[in-house]
Write a protein that binds this ligand. Structure first.
Ligand SMILES: [Zn+2]
Ligand SMILES: [Zn+2]
Length: 434
C-alpha cells in the first residue's frame, strides 16, 4: 500500500509540471486531487459488492445518488439497471459521452485483499462467487470521480457531458437483452444527441502510469456461427447408399482454413476463423443424417467482416452442394469492431499524452477479444483506450489477466483515469466550441 501512496504523490506532483497556464486545466487537476481519496473508497466499496450483468442494482443506486448530489440530471432504469447523467455546461457547444461498464463476473475472488468480495450469486442456475474480475469497479469509480470534477467546473464547459453507466458489458444472462446495444435502443445517444463517445479499460497488460490507444480497429468484432449439414443416413458399410455429413463437415472445416490463408490480405487485415464444435453421429457403423459445426469469427475492419462472412457462407453452402449434401449457416450479429475514429483519435491522443506523459502512451497490438463499447462507436465517433493497472514491482511476464480470480489493480491508476476522462471531455468540448 505504501508504494501506491508514493506513486500517487509522484503522479500528483507530475501534474503540476504538465499543467499549462490554462486555468480550466488547473482547476480540473486540483479537483482530481480533491476527489482521489473518495474515488479509491468508492472503488473498494464497489469491489466488495460486485453484481452480475443486468443485476447491478446496488451499483446503479450508488451512481444515481452521487450524480444527483452533483446537480446532474439523472435517468435510471436504462437497459434494466443503466444510469445516464446529463451535465449541461455554462456555454453552448457539442455533446460528449463518457461511458463506464458496471458488471462483475461469476468468479470466486482469491486475491486476499482486505476489500475482497465474499459475494455469492446465481448464474445460469448455479450458485457462484461474484467478483469484479474485469476491473469494471475501477471504471465506475473513475467515472463517478470525473462527474464530480466536471460538475465543479461546469460554468466553464462549452457544451454537455453525458455520463453512460452501462450494465451487462460481459453479456446479459441467457434469454435477456442488455448492454450497450440495449442502451442505444432505449435512446442513450439521443436527447441530447451525442457527438462522440469516450471509454476506457483497465488491465495489468500495462504498468500503472501508462496508457495506450490505437486508431481504427483496436479490438475484434466477434460473431458466432452455426452450420447444419444435411446428408442422408445409411449403413456405415454401404456409404454409397447415402450422403455422409461427417465427410462433408470435415471438408467444410478444411475449406474454412483457406479463408485466412488464401483469401484475405494478411498484410493488412488480421482475421480469425475458429471451429470450436463438431458434432455428429451416435454409433461407429452408422453414417448419420446430420452434422453440426459452430465457431467464432474475429475481424478488425467492418468491410473485411462483411467479406469474410460472405466467404464463409460460400464455402459452407458450395462445399456441401459439391458433395450432394445441403448446409445452412447462421452467423449471429455478435459484437462490432471496437473501432477508434481516426480523426477523433488524433484529436484526443495529445490529451492522453498530457496526462500520462508522451513517453508513457503507446500503441498496443490489436486484441482479438471483443468489447461492447463498439456498439456506441458504430453510431458515433468513439475513442477507447487502455489504462495500466499492473503494480510497478510486478514484471510483465507475471501480469494477471482480467477474469482471473487473482485479478487486482494498483490504485495509482484511479486518479490518472479520473484526470484523463475529465480532460478528454473538456478538451473535446473546447475544441468543438472553437
Ligand atoms: Zn471482461
Ligand atoms: Zn471488461
Amino acid at each position: 500500500m505504501r508504494a501506491i501512496c508514493i506513486f500517487i504523490t509522484v503522479m500528483l506532483f507530475g501534474w503540476t509540471t504538465f499543467a499549462s497556464a490554462d486555468s480550466l486545466n488547473e482547476a480540473i487537476a486540483d479537483q482530481v486531487d480533491a476527489v482521489t481519496e473518495r474515488v479509491v473508497a468508492w472503488r473498494r466499496d464497489i469491489h466488495a459488492h460486485p453484481e452480475l450483468s443486468n443485476r447491478e442494482f446496488r451499483t446503479s443506486a450508488l451512481v444515481a445518488e452521487h450524480l444527483r448530489s452533483l446537480g446532474i440530471d439523472v435517468q435510471t432504469g436504462v437497459a434494466h439497471t443503466g444510469v445516464i447523467g446529463v451535465l449541461k455546461g455554462g456555454k453552448p457547444g457539442p455533446v460528449i459521452a463518457l461511458r463506464a461498464d458496471m458488471d462483475g463476473l461469476p468468479v470466486t475472488e482469491k486475491t486476499g485483499l482486505p476489500y475482497a468480495s465474499t459475494v455469492r450469486g446465481e448464474y445460469q442456475g448455479r450458485e457462484v462467487g461474484v467478483m469484479h474480475a474485469c476491473g469494471h469497479d475501477n471504471h465506475v469509480a473513475i467515472l463517478m470521480g470525473a462527474a464530480e470534477v466536471l460538475a465543479s467546473v461546469k460554468e466553464d464547459l462549452p457544451g454537455t457531458v453525458k455520463f453512460l453507466f452501462q450494465p451487462a458489458e460481459e453479456g446479459p444472462p441467457k434469454g435477456e437483452n442488455g448492454g450497450a446495444k440495449m442502451m442505444i435502443a432505449e435512446g442513450a445517444l439521443q436527447n441530447p444527441a451525442v457527438d462522440a463517445v469516450i471509454g476506457l479499460h483497465i488491465s495489468q497488460g500495462e504498468e500503472v502510469g501508462r496508457a495506450s490507444v490505437r486508431p481504427l480497429g483496436l479490438m475484434a468484432s466477434a460473431q458466432r456461427f452455426d452450420v447444419e449439414i444435411m446428408g442422408s443416413q445409411t449403413h456405415g458399410a454401404r456409404p454409397w447408399a447415402g450422403v455422409d455429413p461427417i465427410v462433408v463437415g470435415a471438408q467444410i472445416v478444411n475449406g474454412l482454413q483457406t479463408i485466412v490463408s488464401r483469401q484475405v490480405d494478411i498484410t493488412q487485415h488480421p482475421v480469425v476463423v475458429t471451429v470450436g464444435q463438431f458434432e455428429a453421429g451416435v454409433r461407429n457403423n452408422i453414417v448419420p443424417e446430420t452434422a453440426r459445426l459452430s465457431g467464432t469469427i474475429r475481424t478488425f475492419d467492418p468491410d473485411v467482416r462483411g467479406q469474410v462472412h460472405e466467404k464463409i457462407r460460400r464455402v459452407v453452402t458450395q462445399v456441401a452442394e459439391s458433395q450432394g449434401a445441403t448446409a445452412t449457416i447462421d452467423i449471429d450479429p455478435g459484437v462490432p469492431v471496437t473501432f477508434n475514429d481516426a480523426a477523433l483519435t488524433s484529436q484526443l491522443s495529445p490529451t492522453l499524452e498530457a496526462i500520462y506523459g508522451a513517453e508513457h502512451v503507446s500503441e498496443p497490438a490489436r486484441i482479438t477479444g471483443a468489447e461492447d463499447f463498439s456498439f456506441f462507436q458504430e453510431q458515433v465517433p468513439g475513442f477507447f483506450f487502455f489504462i495500466g493497472g499492473r503494480p510497478a514491482d510486478l514484471p510483465a511476464s507475471k501480469a494477471i489477466p482480467n477474469h482471473s480470480p487473482y485479478f487486482y489493480v494498483d490504485e495509482g491508476a484511479l486518479p490518472l483515469g479520473v484526470h484523463a476522462m475529465s480532460r478528454l471531455a473538456s478538451d473535446y468540448l473546447r475544441a468543438g466550441a472553437e
